[in-house]
Write a protein that binds this ligand. Structure first.
Ligand code: MEV
Length: 397
């Protein structure tokens, strides 16, 4: 089985869904059990954080129907919020009609910042630092021979002057790692040399989550007939425009994007806070905070959705290698690089946002939620399983 287009996935039992996921991804019996039980032993948790007493479960579901850059994906999503996974699956289904989602990640370059205070002559300091650029980069790279052997490592530097503070940005290609450890180690290693060259004091030595060099751009065409007509296309374009001028709406609009992205980021053992900080600061880096997606109508009357966000995710190191469920989720995705994971994250964010705007401009978000609620109450009365996960609040999958 190679297609992620699975009609009626939502109607199946969790076991039947797992059968499909196992067949699609070729996971082992043991990995299948990791997904089924979805737990972390206390011993495993104890290796991850401090003062452990156990772990805190969150529902894990899989969004079907994703076709990204011509490849099918079934996407793990860890979230406590109903409707999110159903909505993502539904949006992905609609996007397939026009060829799925296109997504492109840039080279995975993170920024390590060294803030220097008390530099008496910033121009002179800048000149000295730039004249030592090769030495600085070499010193940084001596911290991580593995990263360098994989083609990554420190590649360049930038200097910013912010009033009394001077900031050196190390540009580090993190390859398949999220990169926080590598970047922070380099920033700490190079700080004494920068102090010497600038005559200032390195008051901060840490990466920036505003990963402007590590972006993903995703786009999709959503067929007008699938949407229920050109009025819906127009309505989605209109409400996406509102988010450009109303920061209160932009916040909620972007929250809808993050419903999808954070669920995938969490399910793959990545740092949700880092990605969220990056996306929101990227949205706010211009004159005001704006939506990270935009929608327009093409000459055929179809809806075109576009997204651009920083996406600092990895597939090696940290929880992605310790957490058995996160590891298995990465295997189900069948990816070979952090850039591919970033491309999936962009696609999920775009679809999630599209699904929310579609619901808001048609039946409203509450109707979907209320349907879920009604079904839950009904099934509780009948003493059957709630089927909550089986529901698509807006449409059939
Ligand atoms: C709810 O979790 C997300 C939405 O509020 C997003 C939006 O309003 O665009 C529905």
């Amino acid at each position: 089985m190679t297609s992620s287009r699975i009609p009626g996935f939502y109607k199946l039992s969790p076991k039947e869904r797992l059968d499909i996921i196992a067949e699609f991804s070729g996971i082992s019996e043991e990995e299948r059990r990791f997904l089924e039980k979805s737990y972390l032993t206390t011993e495993q948790a104890d290796k991850m954080v401090e003062n452990v007493v156990g772990s805190f479960p969150i529902p894990l579901g899989f969004a079907a129907n994703f076709l990204i850059n011509g490849k099918d994906y079934i996407i793990p999503m860890a979230t406590e919020e109903p409707s999110v996974i159903a909505a993502a699956s539904n949006a992905a289904k609609i996007s397939r009609v026009r060829g799925g989602i296109k997504s492109e990640a840039t080279t995975p370059v993170m920024i390590g910042q060294i803030h220097l205070s008390g530099v008496s002559n910033q121009d002179e300091a800048e000149e000295k630092i730039l004249s030592e650029k090769d030495n600085i980069i070499e010193t940084c790279n001596s911290c991580d021979s593995t990263l360098v052997s994989l083609g990554g490592g420190a590649k360049g530097l930038e200097i910013r002057k912010l009033g009394k503070t001077m900031v050196v940005h190390l540009l580090v290609d993190c390859r398949d790692a999220m990169g926080a450890n590598a970047v922070n180690t380099m920033a700490e290693r190079i700080a004494p040399l920068l102090e010497e060259l600038s005559g200032g004091k390195a008051v901060l030595r840490i990466l920036s989550n505003l990963a402007v060099h590590r972006l993903v751009k995703s786009s999709a065409v959503f067929d007008k007939e699938e949407l229920g007509g050109e009025e819906i296309v127009d309505a989605i374009v209109d409400v996406s425009e509102i988010a450009k001028t109303d920061i209160y709406r932009a916040s909620t609009h972007n929250k809808g994007v993050m419903n999808g992205i954070s669920a995938l980021v969490l399910a793959t053992g990545n740092d949700t806070r880092a990605v969220e900080a990056g996306v929101h600061s990227y949205a706010g880096k211009g004159e005001s905070y704006i939506p990270v997606t935009s929608f327009s109508k093409n000459s055929e009357g179809d809806l075109v959705g576009e997204l651009e966000v920083p996406m600092a995710v990895g597939i090696v190191g940290g929880a992605t290698k310790i957490h058995p469920v996160a590891k298995t989720n990465l295997k189900v995705l069948g990816i070979s690089s952090a850039a591919e994971l970033a491309e999936i994250a962009g696609a999920v964010g775009l679809c999630q946002n599209f699904a929310a705007l579609k619901a808001l401009t048609s039946e409203g978000i509450q109707k979907g939620h209320m349907k879920l609620h009604a079904r839950k109450i009904e099934s509780e009365k009948m003493g059957t399983s709630s089927g909550l996960n089986n529901s698509d609040p807006n449409e059939k999958l």
